[in-house]
Design a protein around this ligand. Sequence first.
Ligand code: ARG
Length: 459
Amino acid sequence: MAQLWGGRFTKETDKLVYNFNASISFDQKFYRQDIRGSKAHVQMLAKQGILTEEERDSIIEGLDGILKDVEEGKLLITSEYEDIHSFVEANLIERIGDAGKKLHTGRSRNDQVALDMKLYVRDEIDELDKELKKLLEALLKIMEENVHTYMPGFTHLQKAQPVTLAHHVGAYFEMFKRDRGRLFDIRKRMNTCPLGAGALAGTTYPLDREYTAELLGFDGPTKNSMDSVSDRDYVIELLSALSAIMMHLSRFSEEIILWNSNEYRFVEIDDAYSTGSSIMPQKKNPDIAELVRGKTGRVYGALMSILTTMKGIPLAYNKDMQEDKELTFDAIDTTKGCIALFTGMISTMEFCKDNMEASAKNGFTNATDAADYLVNHGVPFRDAHGIVGQLVLTCIEKGISLDELPLSEYQAISPVFEEDIYDAISMSTCVEKRMTLGAPGPNVMETVIQENKTYLEEE
Ligand code: ARG
């Protein structure tokens, strides 16, 4: 049991208490960030004359050695230490002797852990962004290839109006684009350096907090030392952004599960992304989409958990805040993994375009266009709506579609109909004529695709 704070104690910590209190099993995940932060701290201490240049160089060499040995598996992070900070400091002292004991000058674990967590979250935001970008590229490819692939658009899970696959997938493109924007905003807002806040009230050493912040790529130091050590807003914001990403992935997964079912047959998930049944030989299950949908609950749980943990904490640091780590790490890893798997699944998935088009044709998705035809011939919309409603009823009774209904039947209900009604309600007219910005019409769709392409190239 290696502890940094034994001086004022006369008794050993109870073993159960030690284990309950220790965080090494999970905070070892940010050993890189801890070392990076310590290196910046000693550089600043030396610049301010608090450490000599020799001490600085020896500490930095020691820290680099620890990093290298951990990366190469020569130095194991074990539960012998209370947390990652103790592990690094103890190993440093072991390697370089007394100079190592000066590493923690003008610093507390409270501002140290606040820094480590920020560095970790910032690094992971960059990783998440890369994954989201790959997903957007995969979506854009599907959009480019399917500007003329007709499919039914739904409301209430009832066929509503025809759209295209490019348009449907484009809706998700917008969602994930917003998700990237959210991550970007969080990164910007959180990018201030807490180091130098000490335990809660700063320090009496002449630290140059601007310099440390600069060395670590922050926009500047935080402005209130009590807030610095007790702020976990950025964790809450991140978990909220991850929840939104998972919510979007989950909605898309739900659609893919439906589309992959025997009833829809809109897609065929690649064998590499499906699983079988141990008893039913015919089965090919969409487990990946189901797991992504399922794991959404886990990420929401992390958000609820941290919000609840933070709600009753008085200023400044309290040990409750150690609870931020496991759930944040898990939510990040879960979301990153889900985005990557989902990208693989949709990139290899086959779209059954004929089935999509046939489905768009047999659900009266062109009924609005039949009404619009009448409006274009001077019939008030409400009357047109009633007339087409009657036509739909006739078709349902006969078991046919509006395209198959003879002109005489049309004219029996309204003499306004002419032969050109069939062209007006054809699938291609219904889609091609929807040319308002954001609609499925191929011309506007191409414009949006072009804009999205530029957006992906710029980032
Ligand atoms: N493991 C702690 C955490 O994650 C580090 C900070 C410990 N500070 C303290 N005063 N005990 O929050």
